[in-house]
Design a protein around this ligand. Structure first.
Ligand code: SF4
Length: 218
């Protein structure tokens, strides 16, 4: 990726305030009824769209309504349920292993601590952070493909990994990270898209460091 100018402190603050003003109370687009369902949905959403996950999960949750049911599930049957999701082979294995460790180590209750969540199979820091952000409003950042792209276009990060980008955004924004995470996901998904970003109608054009933004300014 070409070198992009860094946003100044003043610009970072303006970007933050504009995101908060445009996305004051955004939440995930994943459908879930409880922590168990949220965790599964977030695990399935890696490299897969929320829309696709929402199509898969109703039947999955009906077949396996709690960690005990999923811990005892037949692998091939779980694969069948999630076969339209990317990486379904690995995801099916991880879902069962996750449920088994919840049953064995946490008495069948999904732990609501980031440090404990990441001990579960298939749950990395990003998944744990997204769950904590959504379920508890924790002051945490999580970087998916949308957040990563938006952060780079706005000069908020020059990191080459998602975890470094998460660190940089957390340091720069400091507060309201959960809201900013959701804002950047939605902004990236629907406006600052990978191909054909909607720069003409963008509320951040004057702060954008990317070529797309420069082009829009003429
Ligand atoms: S101006 Fe375009 S590239 Fe820049 S942040 Fe807005 S939509 Fe994204």
């Amino acid at each position: 990726m070409a070198q992009i100018k860094k946003a100044t402190r003043k610009e970072i603050e303006e970007i933050k305030q504009l995101f908060l003003a445009h996305y004051p109370d955004s939440v995930t687009e994943l459908s879930y009824a409880n922590l168990y369902e949220l965790l599964i949905s977030v695990m399935l959403s890696a490299q897969c769209t929320d829309k696709r996950v929402n199509l898969i999960t109703p039947a999955l949750f009906e077949a396996y309504p709690d960690p005990v049911a999923l811990a005892n599930a037949d692998l091939d049957t779980v694969k069948q349920h999630i076969k339209t999701c990317s990486f379904f082979n690995n995801k099916a294995k991880n879902l069962i292993k996750m449920a088994q460790s919840v049953v064995e180590n946490y008495g069948g209750e999904i732990p609501l601590e980031q440090k404990e969540l990441i001990t579960l199979a298939g749950v990395g820091q990003k998944t744990a952070n997204v769950v904590m952000i959504e379920y508890t409003g924790a002051n945490l950042m999580a970087v998916d493909t949308h957040v990563y792209r938006v952060a780079h276009r706005l000069g908020l990060s020059s990191a080459t990994t998602a975890s470094k980008c998460e660190e940089e955004l957390s340091k720069k924004f400091k507060t309201d990270l959960h809201l900013l995470h959701q804002a950047m996901v939605l902004f990236g998904r629907y406006h600052c898209k990978a191909l054909k970003p909607e720069c003409e109608e963008c509320f951040l054009t004057h702060l954008c460091k990317s070529k797309a933004g420069f082009k829009a300014r003429g």
